[in-house]
Design a protein around this ligand. Structure first.
Ligand SMILES: [Zn+2]
Length: 376
């Protein structure tokens, strides 16, 4: 007797190479079976008909801001996750070492969805900005202690490597401090790209293999990954070859159609697709969520299976959780997204209020977390 049977859908699970018609069964919060004909003769407490729909691992959003009441940019995670197929959301630096206990108590514990965090190198997180403006707030030891004491939740260290995060001295020092904390804790750094200092090339140079650059598809000429002729900068290609990962982090200031088309034409796809959802980017006309960000990558010509991989398996890998989430392999957490790939004419707006018409879009139909249908 299974708890839940999802029947008739097209299962895309990049980790197992599966892309075809299959049923998914869950039991005790875990994936129990993924087979073409699980339904025949099997019994389940609940059945979901996914005929004509895509069934993927639950979406993993690597960049979100979900500490409302403590940081002004944050939104409520649960309703957003439930309607967007997102089963794991990683807060990206809203929380620092000094505010972490509250994050666990008021955000993580009551949430029906899985909430993890990149801890900010500033102890105050994004309570106020510039968060690194007062030197003593930038504390490698505090960030390291926070990692050590919260291994169940902390997956890395966030630093906003840009002018608007820094203090009067305007140095790259917070990036170095983030790397020091992350190295001691054996976790990645996620560095946001913004107006210098530090310059893009300077930031890329100090990151280590496995570290992540977020806001990779932004449009500002000084910060973007392409040069004046819209060619991918050689330092960017070198960084990727060295193992640096490039994340979308869409937000309300970091996704440009012009730059994205240029990157796509040169085959420079993101390693991970994430939202940077916050109080501005969640609103019209951007209305960001994972299916919206994924639809944009489809519109740019990214292959559907690659889009799913960059929204499930790849983010799970980068935060060291791929032994638990990011795939539908039996024994893993029963976190599942049921998505519709709709055809028609859809307006998709970038962070610079430019709109393009897409012929396809992804929309979440069901969100399943730990075998429980929680929404959409
Ligand atoms: Zn952000």
């Amino acid at each position: 007797m299974y708890d839940l049977l999802i029947t008739g859908g097209t299962v895309i699970d990049p980790a197992s190479g599966l892309n075809g018609r299959a049923d998914v069964a869950t039991s005790d919060g875990k994936i129990a079976a993924v087979e073409p004909e699980v339904a025949r003769g099997a019994e389940a407490r609940e059945t979901l008909d996914a005929t004509g729909l895509l069934v993927t691992p639950g979406l993993v959003d690597l960049h979100a801001h979900i500490y409302p009441g403590c940081t002004p940019l944050s939104v409520d995670a649960d309703p957003l996750m439930a309607r967007s197929g997102t089963t794991t959301m990683v807060d990206c630096g809203s929380v620092g070492a000094a505010t972490f206990a509250g994050f666990r108590r008021y955000v993580v514990e009551p949430s029906r969805c899985r909430v993890l965090a990149f801890v900010n190198i500033s102890v105050i997180g994004l309570v106020a900005m510039p968060e690194c403006g007062y030197g003593r707030f930038v504390d490698s030891n505090a960030a390291f202690q926070c990692i050590e004491q919260n291994r169940d939740l902390v997956v890395g260290v966030k630093v906003r490597g840009s002018r608007n995060a820094l203090g009067e001295d305007n140095t790259i020092q917070p990036v170095w401090m983030a790397i020091a904390a992350a190295a001691a804790g054996n976790v990645p750094v996620i560095m946001h790209l913004g107006d210098p200092p530090p310059a893009l090339e300077q930031g890329l140079e100090v990151l280590r293999p496995g570290d992540i650059v977020t806001h990779s598809f932004k449009g500002q000429p000084v910060t973007r990954l392409v040069d004046h002729a819209m060619r991918v900068k050689p330092q960017v290609r070198a960084a990727r070859e060295r193992g640096i990962k490039f994340d979308i982090g869409h937000g309300s200031g970091s996704f440009s159609w012009a730059v994205s088309h240029a990157l796509a034409e040169q085959g420079f796809w993101p390693d991970t697709i994430s939202t940077d959802v916050h109080t501005s980017s969640i609103k019209d006309p951007i209305s960001i969520d994972m299916p919206n960000a994924m639809s944009k990558m489809l519109h740019l010509g990214m292959d559907l299976e690659a889009v799913v991989r960059a929204s499930t398996l790849e983010p799970a890998r980068q935060i060291g959780w791929d032994d638990r989430i990011g795939t539908l392999a039996p024994g893993r957490e029963a976190d599942v997204a049921v998505l519709a790939l709709e055809e028609g004419q859809f307006s998709l707006t970038d962070s610079y209020r430019q709109t393009e018409q897409a012929s396809r879009r992804l929309v979440a139909r069901h969100t399943i977390r730990g075998g429980q249908v929680i929404g959409a």
